[in-house]
Design a protein around this ligand. Structure first.
Ligand code: MLC
Length: 481
């Protein structure tokens, strides 16, 4: 089966049921289906075929859904691009994935790099409305790639994780089953669709369960309380930053929202135990924390029924095998720390055109997550840290190396190291330590012009030299102090 076949559960059997609230309008599953079918006709007429890539640099909207569904129906590989990315970040994705087009909107198009063939979404929407709907034809196999999702690699340049239809199907079926979704649910989706959290959990759980979804362009914390009061969701997916924001909402608002909610899920960054506790007091709900990555989709989750343990991510999802290994590849004893390795139907097909990187990320067929964890006697997994110096800010991943390489190219910079600093809202933020005769305001301006906003260091600290080990490795823990 492929994704279109799975989504037909809703398109064929619930075509008259309200499916989507977007921008003040409600669309039935039949209408969503028809829009996708028209878009598929248009993309086909523009020469897109099975195996071609299309990069999509757009904020959340109904057009995003049209495009994603149309691509899955044609076997076209969808390449989502973070809407906060700028020229150099997008240029890399375009040169690596070689998409036939970069689809973007008029307001975002100034950020499109000149190596991309730009198609404006506004024009596509207009033309698609005049196209005949294309019937779904099963032209592809479940092992065919559905998407290439770029993850910020430890090497500084990001790699494309190839996710197949089967990967997303395994994920969606697990999310819907394990978190007890039904067609009566009401999902408020404020997460960006360009990441697997919003796409694989949000969008796919909606289409498989046949529930009603309200989509917003983003999580605007000033408006989100009003959306929750109006829409009365039963399910909400968030990153910890959103739950931290929700702690500021009035007590009565929180109680009303909590009373109507069935499930709050958190992922993409560690949820501090104190936030879980404070949230429970205000909303009378224990947030369900789970673990996932672009390469594995959802992999370990606290249980829907049973204890949702603070600080832990719970048990492996159905079909997912997990091992904790020491550096020599031996299973560690219960309670001991080691690196998490995984196997399962959720595991990606490898990095796009990078066999060496794919091989490096595996050991005897097990995917190496880079995360350090323990398993308790009763089977709960708890993440303890990371092998690499990845920074997670507001649920967005930042690899310091990428910022360091960019800053090292700037005038006057001799040496630079980027480390994380704790932040009460975003979890972590990047800080740059710079050696050299340089203007920190100019460095910040350069970052603002060329990097996604969440990667811009919150402070630029000039120092005489970087602390290094005898072997020359920068001691970031000393910088953090
Ligand atoms: C943030 N900004 C966005 C944005 N999110 N702009 C457009 N679209 C979005 N989705 C920008 C804002 O414009 C602003 O820019 C800055 O980020 C901070 O905004 P804020 O309003 O102060 O937001 P804040 O309260 O800090 O919350 C940020 C956030 C955002 C939580 C809404 O970080 C977010 O959407 N995070 C989700 C990340 C995510 O989905 N990760 C999943 C990865 S997949 P400026 O220029 O004014 O600073 C994965 C696998 C897995 O990890 O298991 O889940």
């Amino acid at each position: 089966m492929t994704l279109p076949g799975l989504f037909d559960l809703s398109f064929q059997t619930r075509s008259d049921k309200p499916a989507l609230e977007w921008d003040g309008r409600t669309y039935t599953f039949g209408e969503v289906d028809e829009r996708a079918a028209r878009m598929a006709t248009l993309l086909l007429s523009k020469g897109l075929a099975k195996g071609d890539r299309v990069a999509v640099f757009l904020a959340n909207s109904i057009a995003y859904i049209d495009l994603f569904l149309a691509c899955t129906r044609l076997g076209v590989i969808f390449v989502p691009v973070n809407v906060l990315y700028r020229d150099r970040e997008i240029r890399h994705i375009v040169s690596d994935a070689e998409p036939k087009a970069l689809i973007t909107s008029a307001d975002l198009s100034p950020h499109a790099p000149d190596n991309a063939a730009v198609w404006l979404v506004e024009e596509l929407l207009q033309k698609a409305a005049a196209c005949e709907p294309k019937p779904v034809s099963d032209v592809i196999d479940g092992d065919a790639p559905a998407a290439i999702v770029y993850t910020s690699g430890t090497t500084g340049t990001s790699k494309g994780a190839v996710l197949t239809h089967n990967n997303f199907i395994a994920n969606a079926v697990n999310v819907v089953t394990c978190w007890a979704f039904s067609s009566d649910d009401r999902l408020l989706l404020t997460l960006p669709l360009f990441h697997v959290h919003g796409l694989g959990n949000g969008l796919h759980a909606w289409l498989v369960s046949g529930c009603l979804m309200r989509l917003t362009e983003r999580f605007a914390h000033e408006q989100a309380a009003r959306w929750m009061e109006e829409f009365q969701p039963t399910v909400f997916f968030g990153v910890p930053t959103m739950y931290v924001r929700m702690l500021d909402w009035p007590r009565e608002t929180a109680a009303r929202i909590g009373a109507r909610m069935r499930l709050f899920v958190s992922g993409s960054a560690p949820l501090p135990a104190q936030v879980l506790e404070d949230f429970r007091v205000l909303y009378d709900h224990t947030i369900l924390e789970r673990y996932g990555m672009s390469e594995t989709l959802m992999n370990i989750s606290n249980p829907y029924t049973g204890e949702r343990r603070a600080g832990s991510v719970g048990f492996p999802f159905p079909g997912v095998s997990v091992r904790i290994l020491d550096p020599d590849g031996n299973d560690v004893a219960e309670g001991d720390v080691g690196e998490i390795y995984m196997k399962g139907p959720n595991l990606f097909a490898g990095y796009w055109r990078r066999p060496e990187a794919t091989a490096e990320a595996h050991r005897d067929g097990w995917f190496r997550t880079g995360d350090i964890a323990t398993r308790s006697a009763d089977g709960y997994y708890t993440l303890q840290g990371r092998r690499s110096d990845l920074i997670i800010s507001g649920g967005f991943n930042i690899y310091p190396r990428e910022i360091e390489e960019f800053l090292a190219e700037q005038p006057g910079v001799v040496e630079v190291a980027v480390a994380s600093a704790p932040d009460p809202r975003r979890g972590e933020v990047p800080i740059a330590f710079v050696v050299g005769d340089c203007d920190t305001a100019a460095l910040e301006a350069a970052c603002r012009a060329h990097l996604a906003s969440f990667k811009i260091p919150r402070a630029f600290v000039r120092i005489d030299k970087l602390p290094r080990t005898a072997l020359g490795k920068v001691q970031k823990h000393l910088l953090k102090q």
